[in-house]
Design a protein around this ligand. Structure first.
Ligand code: TYD
Length: 217
């Protein structure tokens, strides 16, 4: 079966995911690839409604309800947008995916990481990325980047420092557990340097893929 490539970007708030997604998308488009840029939460119309609840609702959302809201966004997004794109053979570049759920809902809060991961895998019918770029950044530095942006914090950005430190540690643990899927980059490196390393990995994956297709013919 011909299948596209699924690349996700992960990391704390303010780590530069959007910049890297943009640079990768431009490079791939210039090479003639068909690229879909998307994000969670909020990559679909239904998702935009869910995003509004999880990021902007004032007051408490019970932890299981929050995990289910992210999972609901994911289920709809993967089924209606991401899988069809991959089946067409497109490259999907996505800001945040199930690793964010494990890191934010699993490690930072009262739910266990395994149950959060299982819930996400159920929602996405087992879909895992071909490559996950983790932009690793000290939460204190991330905070000063967000301060410089001069935008109001959303609900999660306003969480305490200890929460962000736990999220960072969980992302790094996830990367250690799945070294083949993850590319960990120091987010303080120049954006062009990070983009170069990401391109190298993506080029390798695309090459391997075209080799597979050749072998199957
Ligand atoms: P957003 O403004 O989209 O992201 P970013 O900080 O990457 O620019 O905010 C998304 C927030 O949602 C972010 O703080 C992480 C959080 N989140 C979860 O807690 N669980 C999830 O499963 C996902 C996808 C995101």
């Amino acid at each position: 079966m011909t299948r596209g490539l699924f690349v996700t970007l992960e990391g704390g708030d303010g780590a530069g995911k959007t910049t890297q997604a943009q640079l990768l998308a431009e490079w791939l488009s210039d090479r003639g690839a068909s690229v879909v840029r998307t994000r969670e939460p909020g990559g679909t119309e239904v998702g935009a409604l869910i995003r509004d609840i999880v990021l902007h609702h004032r007051g408490e959302v019970a932890p299981r309800a929050e995990a289910l809201l992210y999972a609901a966004d994911r289920a709809h997004h993967i089924a209606t947008l991401v899988r069809p794109a991959l089946e067409r053979g497109d490259v999907v570049i996505q800001d945040r995916y199930l690793d964010s759920s494990v890191a934010y809902q699993g490690a930072g809060r009262v739910l266990g990481r395994d149950e959060v991961r299982e819930l996400s895998l159920w929602a996405a019918e087992g879909l895992l990325p071909d490559l996950t770029v983790l932009l690793d950044l000290d939460p204190d530095l991330a905070r000063s980047r967000l301060d410089a942006d001069d935008k109001p914090f959303d609900r999660l950005e306003a969480e305490k420092e200890v929460f962000h430190a736990a999220v960072r540690a969980e992302f790094l643990a996830l990367a250690t557990a799945e070294p083949d899927r993850f590319l960990v980059m120091d987010a303080t490196r120049p954006a062009a340097e990070i983009a170069g390393a990401v391109r190298d990995r993506v080029a390798g994956l695309l090459e391997a893929r075209s080799g597979d297709v050749g072998a199957a013919d």
